[in-house]
Design a protein around this ligand. Structure first.
Ligand code: UGA
Length: 438
């Protein structure tokens, strides 16, 4: 099929490359000419395992093109809307500037039978509003909402082999059939694997996305709340998570206690969801998300407190190494990164902070130019009074406590992700501390 992908950020660049992998003829559109140039050369503008290969293959095959000009979307049968919906400045609500600009730009190029497929995470009600605009300006085109559930670090695989497809279709039966058939055709290969498909209306499809992210955020904050209880009682949150996780109804995934969630999705999505619920007059239904957010933010403060504690009450003048800058491993994304938040708090309290990360140093330096950065854990930790493991990259999980102990000034480790073996680190003479563990 001929498809366009409007917006080539994280979601769009991955979606465009993945659609080309599935054999479609794809044009990716982005207003950022420099990004278009990179993508057109087959180069990924951010770190994502598997994306460079997918891009190169797509571009080399001639099935994947990029353009800064939205007019080049004309002629595609499906137009995937993949622009960002960040948090508004000074508000919890989502900023729909990019969505509105993309739709306005695309409207003159929509032909009869085209399907505009929304993938961006939007406040419920947005698809219906866009459908009205399309009905007024391009009445032969149809709008569908098809939210994306990809995780950074697994994005290409999640796009091609998702857990499920969700189609939000218009109420009018002929339009719904047309959109459904177009989506079935574009996703024919993964659908043939038996991946489940949920067909619903616009509002349900929009809500599925934010409900899923809210559930994940709640699960993480639940275990972090248990970590607070464990700290007050001397219990061990990791053993607790293992034990409750054996119950199939609960499951062990997303019960990783520690520094909590960050990134460009969970924090802003739960806030935008609360803001939208307020507009709809049902804010009480989501008031628990305020608590989820608050528990999550307390984890960052707790990490800083632990660092102060092991340093004898103050970090002023102490050298602190922070392992990790990305909001999670296998990513160079530092948006709302808990690791950098903690690093910055420690610096503000007078510590000499050195941050390292295998992929995210360039982005971290741009976001926090006043922090110091080092290329390796050993360089970051040279002469350190305390080391904080903030992002659980494989190379940090595998550090040898004996040899790593030789580079620091004092063997103090704060494991912000509960991924190290406390016994091994203590046996090597380290003071080992972690949130929610004795
Ligand atoms: C999240 C969702 O998992 C995706 O399904 C969704 O499509 C995406 O948002 C989105 O809306 O675009 P992502 O932000 O890539 O994906 O990252 P996650 O793997 O969900 O991790 C989010 C944060 O939670 C990270 O900071 C991670 O360190 C933290 N986390 C995760 C924990 O603190 N504990 C856990 O047990 C799991």
């Amino acid at each position: 099929m001929r498809v366009s992908v409007i917006g080539c950020g994280y979601l769009g660049a991955v979606h465009a490359s993945s659609m080309a992998l599935l054999g479609h003829d794809v044009v990716g559109i982005d207003t950022d000419a420099a990004k278009v140039e990179l993508l057109a050369a087959g180069e990924a503008p951010f770190f994502e395992p598997g994306l460079p290969e997918a891009l190169r293959e797509g571009v080399a095959s001639g099935r994947l093109r990029f353009s800064p000009n939205i007019a080049d979307a004309a002629g595609a049968q499906l137009h995937f809307l993949c622009v960002g919906t960040p948090q508004q400045r000074g508000s919890y609500a989502a900023d729909l500037t990019y969505v509105d600009a993309a739709v306005t730009g695309l409207l003159p190029h929509l032909a009869d039978g085209d399907v505009l497929v929304g993938k961006s995470t939007v406040p419920v009600g947005t698809a219906a509003r866009i459908a009205e605009q399309v009905a007024a300006r391009a009445p032969g085109a149809v709008v569908a909402w098809n939210p994306e559930f990809l995780r950074e670090g697994h994005a290409v695989n999640d796009t091609i082999h998702p857990d499920r497809f969700v189609y939000g279709l218009p109420a009018e039966p002929a339009a719904a059939d047309h959109a459904r058939a177009a989506l079935d055709e574009v996703y024919a290969t993964p659908l043939a694997e038996g991946i489940p498909k949920v067909v619903a209306d616009y509002a349900t499809a929009e809500l599925v996305k934010v409900a899923a992210n809210s559930f994940l955020a709640t699960k993480i904050s639940f275990i972090n709340a248990m970590a607070e209880l464990c700290e007050a009682t001397g219990a061990d949150v990791v053993a607790l998570a293992d034990a409750i996780g054996y119950d199939d109804r609960i499951g062990r995934k997303f019960l990783g206690a520690g520094l909590g969630f960050g990134g460009g999705c969970l924090p802003k999505d739960i806030r935008a969801f609360m803001a939208r619920a307020g507009e709809l007059g049902v804010d009480q239904a989501l008031s628990f998300l305020r608590e989820v957010d608050a528990i999550n933010m307390r984890r960052r403060v707790r990490m800083v407190d632990l660092a102060r504690e092991v340093c004898g009450g103050s970090v002023a003048g102490r050298t602190v190494a922070v392992l990790g800058a990305a909001f999670k491993p296998s990513s160079d994304d530092v948006r709302d990164s808990p690791a950098l938040n903690v690093a910055a708090q420690l610096q503000l309290q007078g510590a000499h902070v050195r941050v390292t990360d295998p992929a995210a140093i360039a982005n971290a330096e741009r976001a926090w130019p006043t922090l110091a950065f080092a290329a390796t854990p050993e360089e970051a930790a040279a002469g350190a009074d305390v080391v904080l493991l903030a992002t659980e990259w494989a190379q940090y999980r595998q550090l040898d406590p004996v040899t790593f102990g030789d580079v620091v000034a004092a063997r103090r480790m704060i494991d912000g992700r509960n991924v190290l073996d406390p016994a091994a680190w203590r046996a090597a003479g380290w003071t080992y501390r972690a949130a929610g563990r004795p």
